[in-house]
Design a protein around this ligand. Structure first.
Ligand code: PMP
Ligand code: GLN
Length: 394
């Protein structure tokens, strides 16, 4: 057979960098600051709620297609409580198998072959694969290093570049804020400008807000809450990051009924439904008091500071992480230029695994010197990682 087995839409996508780097960590016994997941589980009462649902036979058979009513109601309450968005749990909420399925179903539902999809580069890897599966063309708009007046280094969006990337074939803007991997959080002004552009050019917006509770400076603003945006925005989030149960794969989509109905059409034939008992547990998690949410954020803020300090002491140039549980570092001050090579050698050099950001770029040269470290780990693990990384400075 001459024909390759993998179809040409997926030909460029091999194993995800996260699986590759986690395997490397395991093989070398390194501290895994590559794949983003917490090394402690979420709240005990939420775990218990899942056990109870399982025991009581809630969700052990196919739950309803859009998600169990308790969870849809809890998602609607959450959107109102944290973002002032009034969402109808019956027509404007869809439960998915994590944000990953939400992204795939949304793109499969909204994109025609040949449509252009603008994504912020570096982009989360599943965006590229989902755009490809939908037959769309990805159009990356690069977030670039910038120095603030006070010397803070961070990645910023160039709004002129974004505007210039829109063509008559552009179907949608795929946003992610707080942004993985750069830690950039789009400001109200930036989001307002993006919203204006979307309205002016009649674009749909798909916004991945899985780190909505991990904005450290100021608050996260959903673009769907800006004037005229509800009708054209699909908002995606998930329980993985907010409640530290990444393995449960409970995510959701909120938006105007027509959008949610379209996404549901695709979702029905991907998984139909998922995570029955976990849906009940996540409904309880979403109702946790504010102290849970602020505790999560403050815990991760302290961890960000700890790891950032360690990376600076190791000799990296570190970009400010305003959100997510990732921090990006420039390897050039350490005499390296190729992030992939650097990350492959890091376990041997100091027993730490990181992710080369380059793999999230089409313009690979832009991302070559950057590597991403996850700080969603226990303090003592981060401390030990920092100690190991400091040996690079010597
Ligand atoms: N979007 C972003 C930006 C992510 O970092 C991740 C990884 N957690 C996902 C989506 C996937 O989320 P989930 O595990 O809920 O599918
Ligand atoms: N979202 C996590 C990260 O960015 C990993 C998810 C995955 O392994 N697909 O590292």
């Amino acid at each position: 057979m001459d024909r390759p087995l993998l179809n040409r839409r997926l030909a460029e996508f091999g194993t995800t960098i996260f699986a590759e780097m986690s395997a490397l960590a395991l093989r070398t016994g390194s501290i895994n600051l590559g794949q983003g997941f917490p090394d402690t589980d979420g709240p005990e009462e939420v775990r218990e709620a899942a056990v109870q649902a399982l025991r009581e036979g809630r969700g052990n058979q196919y739950p309803p297609g859009p998600g169990v009513p308790e969870l849809r109601r809890a998602i609607a309450d959450h959107q109102s409580r944290f973002h002032g968005l009034e969402v109808d749990p019956d027509s404007e909420v869809l439960v998915t198998a994590g944000a990953t399925e939400a992204i795939a179903a949304t793109l499969l539902a909204l994109v025609e072959p040949g449509d252009e999809v603008i994504a912020l580069e570096p982009y989360y890897d599943s965006y590229a694969a989902s755009i490809a599966m939908a037959g769309g063309q990805r159009v990356p708009v690069t977030l670039r290093p910038h120095t603030d007046d006070d010397g803070t280094r961070r990645f910023v969006l160039d709004l002129d570049e974004l505007r210039a990337a829109v063509t008559d074939r552009t179907r949608l803007l795929l946003l992610n804020s707080p942004h993985n991997p750069t830690g950039t959080v789009l400001s109200r002004d930036e989001l307002t400008a993006i919203a204006e552009l979307a309205r002016e050019r009649d674009l749909l917006v798909v916004t991945d807000e899985v780190y909505e509770h991990l904005a450290f400076d100021g608050t996260h603003l959903p673009i769907a809450s800006l004037p005229g945006m509800w009708e054209r925005t699909v908002t995606i989030s998930s329980a993985g990051k907010t409640f530290a149960f990444t393995g449960w794969k409970v995510g959701w989509v909120t938006g105007a009924p027509a959008l949610v109905t379209a996404v549901r059409s695709a979702k029905q034939y991907l998984t139909f439904v998922s995570a029955g008992p976990f849906q009940y547990a996540v409904a309880e998690a979403l109702a946790l008091p504010d102290t849970y949410y602020t505790g999560l954020r403050e815990d991760l803020r302290a961890k960000r500071d700890l790891l950032t300090k360690g990376l600076v002491e190791a000799g990296f140039e570190v970009f400010h992480s305003a959100g997510t549980y990732f921090v990006t570092a420039d390897i050039r001050p350490l005499g390296a230029t190729d992030g992939i090579e650097f990350c492959l050698s890091l376990p041997e050099r100091c027993g730490v695994v990181a992710v080369p950001t380059q793999v999230f770029y089409d313009h690979q040269e832009e991302g070559s010197p950057f590597v991403r470290f996850a700080f969603s780990k226990r303090q003592e693990v981060l401390q030990q990682a920092a100690e190991r990384l400091r040996t690079l400075a010597r």
